[in-house]
Design a protein around this ligand. Structure first.
Ligand code: AMP
Length: 238
């Protein structure tokens, strides 16, 4: 039997980090549908252009197209022993398709790992985060703030920009960068809202199939990895 892991979690829950850990530990590829769609940017065909348009509008790609892209990826040789799916399925119809596709190969979803993080912590991880362009190091005003001068900057009448966080290295004065999509509190909240709306039906779907495995994501990265390893080892032995 292959190892088919679905990884879910709100932005900031550490999905990328844990996908890397699972990949290194179990030697199965990490498939992110968002990455697959972004990689089509350089293609000139109609389908690729339509996908870029839909993504730019912040909407979901239709289920049939998404399933086709996933099918193509799952049929590649490196996916023969299983995969980590990230960003897929996003709808119960995609989950149904995946179940049928895997059944056709005598396979099934092994576990759906939900990286659980309370939403206020998720917000703080995104809103408080800055990165040094020089060293690539990341800091956070709420959890890892040393060596940085932090300042909330307000426009006096609020007309030009909403209050924002600025960070400067005390060592060399470098102005640290925020990811553009983390720069506005409003945008972060909207992403969290979207996550709740789209994910809840899937959580119910996989809960009913007894595949949902919640893991506490509010602990050090390694401890989260250990919990994930326990979950995967136990489903492999079952
Ligand atoms: P992500 O990087 O996972 O946030 O995905 C970026 C964009 O790709 C999304 O906003 C959607 O437009 C599209 N996308 C990714 N995964 C899916 C999916 N499973 N179903 C539909 N659209 C998707």
């Amino acid at each position: 039997m292959g190892l088919y892991i679905i990884l879910m979690g709100v932005q900031g829950a550490g999905k990328g980090e844990q996908a890397r850990f699972i990949h290194e530990t179990y030697r199965i590829p990490h498939i992110s549908t968002g990455d697959l769609f972004r990689a089509m940017k350089t293609r000139e065909d109609e389908l690729a252009k339509r996908i870029q348009q839909i993504m730019a509008e912040g909407k979901l790609i239709d289920d049939d197209t998404t399933n086709e892209v996933v099918k193509d990826r799952l049929s590649q040789p490196d996916a023969a022993n299983g995969v980590i799916l990230d960003g897929y399925p996003r709808t119960p119809a995609q989950a149904d398709w995946l179940e049928q596709y895997l059944a056709g190969k005598d396979e099934k979803v092994s576990a759906v790992i939900l990286l659980e993080l309370d939403l206020f912590t998720a917000f703080k991880r995104a809103f408080g985060r800055v990165t040094s362009a020089k060293t690539g190091k990341t800091y956070n005003i709420y959890s890892n703030s040393e060596g940085i001068e932090w300042q909330f900057v307000e426009d006096s009448d609020g007309a030009k920009f909403p209050p924002r966080l600025q960070a400067r290295s005390l060592e060399d004065g470098e102005e640290l960068q925020r990811r553009p999509d983390d720069a506005s509190a409003h945008a972060i909240i909207k992403r969290i809202d979207t996550f709740i709306q789209t994910t809840q039906p899937l959580l119910n779907y996989y809960q009913n199939k007894e595949l949902l495995k919640p893991v506490n994501a509010d602990q050090p990265i390694q401890a989260v990895g250990e919990e994930i390893r326990r979950v995967i080892d136990s489903v492999q032995q079952a």
